[in-house]
Design a protein around this ligand. Sequence first.
Ligand code: UDP
Ligand code: MG
Length: 313
Amino acid sequence: MQKLTIVIPAYNEQEVLKDTVPRLWSIEREVVTQNFLSEDSDMLIVDDGSSDNTWSIIESFHKQHSKIRGLRFSRNFGHQAALIAGLTEAIKTTNMTITIDADLQDDPEKIMEMVQAYSAGADIVYGVRTHRETDSWFKRTTAQGYYKLLRLLGVQMVPNHADFRLMSKRAAQTLLTYPERNMFIRGLIPKLGFQTAKVYYRRTPRLAGESKYPLKKMLAFAWDGITSLTIAPVRLILLLGTLAVMLAFGMSVYSIIVKVLGLTVHGWSSLMVSLWFLGGLQMMSLGVIGEYIGKMMTEVKGRPRYTIQTRLD
Ligand code: UDP
Ligand code: MG
């Protein structure tokens, strides 16, 4: 029988957990019965170093139901770390995991569809939001611009998907073979392969409390995404440097003409040519060095070269 584990990262979520946990618990029971899943299906709440009553709330739920489990970090390590910890712990015993935020901005009713998609053969089921009008204008536009930029830089991502996702055991196991420290999970999932499916939902406002992603954390997260997923910015330097050097040649021709025609002051031509040429050369060199650093980055990450889905032997 298939076992489901719902993984919930929680950082200072005392205002919402008392509603989140019972709601998810009852949805999970229903999903378990309707899809003939194992009665052992459980829930794992990862307390990401909260300073409020989050942990004692988790403890009291655990006392009521042993299947509501908790993990507590020694300090705040961040949302992505909490998800990774939850997955690592969950796949020891489970067949599928569903990660969902504690504030229930993602529609928990869609868990049913996710499990059905899993039963139909999907290893990864993406929760995709069709509407996010409840997020602030600022958050929506910056997020949209950011994902456009990532796509421009060659990073493949599922649009409008965050971390509301079902993963089969083997998909989660594969993700965990990526040994890098900086995990921008939603950017890594499309790299895993396997059969995927999507369920669509409307994003709703936070149940209570405030966003645990203030601007500063959001910017750090966004920057992490770019720098851990692509070395395109370095290539941009190389490209710009090469362009500048090419321009320097044009500049040489131009300044010689200007000089021959006597249209300029003494020294201008040599200054312009060396300026463009040296500047371009420096930028090109930086780009080349950067390319090697980029290669080192991918080597250091030590990602698996391939993932086998099935074998017949
Ligand atoms: N979260 C976490 N650690 C952090 C920040 C957030 O575990 O350092 C959790 C938080 O409790 C929530 C989820 O990550 O379950 C998403 O955070 P939030 O809803 O505040 O982000 P937003 O929806 O505003 O982007
Ligand atoms: Mg939220």
